[in-house]
Design a protein around this ligand. Structure first.
Ligand code: ADP
Ligand code: ADP
Length: 225
């Protein structure tokens, strides 16, 4: 079987995590969320978590030496052998170079970079209304666009829903500025490599999912030919 080594690109709140969860089920690939991995380190009070926390609360990128090793190790894990969905990494050119080199060292390469495009004002609406399960952060809701059946309670495991600290409006603006400055240049980067696939993220989550799934099915067919 051909590998599906995928990265999800796009501003905060574009729906990367939402789509990654759906694609994980479709294609049986691990969803590797840089943000979730960092937050787990912060909760556990590890040295890495302590280094990352201040940057995350301020909406800035954590330093490359904190994140690159952690993600590259994870990509080399057994469950990612047939592919992965990398969500929130890379976020700058140094990280993209490091990922490319690490894959090369494993005799692998990226299959595609999936860009989910959403305008800034929609990002603010989405992040301000985002609620996340305290028990499993991949269970993601929105107070207006994807509300749980019972307010404040996760449909999937009954745990409490909470708002992320960095989803406060002022921090959202910082994160958007960081995205435009440091992460958006990766759109050209992956376009030059012929890996970029664009998706209109302002559509509803089901439609975005259908479009991405169809594009990946086509990619797979092309690889087999
Ligand atoms: P978003 O909802 O913005 O996509 P994430 O959960 O991906 O948020 O990231 C939350 C925070 O974690 C970021 O604002 C940043 O501080 C840190 N972070 C996540 N991924 C990276 C990365 N690849 N490089 C540096 N910092 C990161
Ligand atoms: P990211 O991982 O890119 O930061 P999330 O997947 O966490 O984004 O989504 C951000 C918020 O927007 C969540 O509250 C989610 O429920 C909501 N959301 C995701 N996709 C859509 C969509 N297509 N339309 C409306 N709301 C969405």
């Amino acid at each position: 079987m051909s590998e599906l080594n995928l990265i999800l690109l796009g501003p905060p709140g574009a729906g990367k995590g939402t789509q990654a969860e759906r694609l994980r089920e479709d294609f049986g690939l691990p969803h590797i969320s840089a943000g979730d991995m960092l937050r787990a380190q912060v909760s556990a009070g590890t040295e890495l978590g302590l280094k990352a926390k201040g940057y995350m609360d301020a909406g800035k990128l954590v330093p490359d030496e904190v994140i690159i090793g952690m993600i590259i190790d994870r990509v080399g894990d057994e469950d990612a052998r047939d592919g992965f969905l990398l969500d929130g990494f890379p976020r700058n050119e140094e990280q993209a170079d490091a990922l490319g080199q690490a894959l090369k060292g494993l005799d692998r390469r990226l299959t595609a970079a999936l860009l989910i495009e959403v305008p800034d004002e929609e990002v603010v609406r989405r992040l301000a209304g985002r609620r996340v399960c305290v028990k499993n952060p991949t269970h993601i809701y929105h107070v207006e666009f994807d509300p749980p059946k019972h307010e404040g309670v996760c449909d999937q495991d009954g745990a409490r829903l909470q708002q992320r600290k960095d989803d406060a409006e002022e921090t959202i603006r910082n994160r958007l500025a960081v995205y435009h400055e440091q992460t958006e240049p990766l759109v050209d980067y992956y376009e030059r490599l012929g890996l970029l696939r664009r998706f209109d993220g302002s559509r509803n989550a089901d439609e975005v999912h259908r479009h991405i799934r169809a594009a990946l099915a086509t990619l797979r067919l092309e690889e087999k030919l």
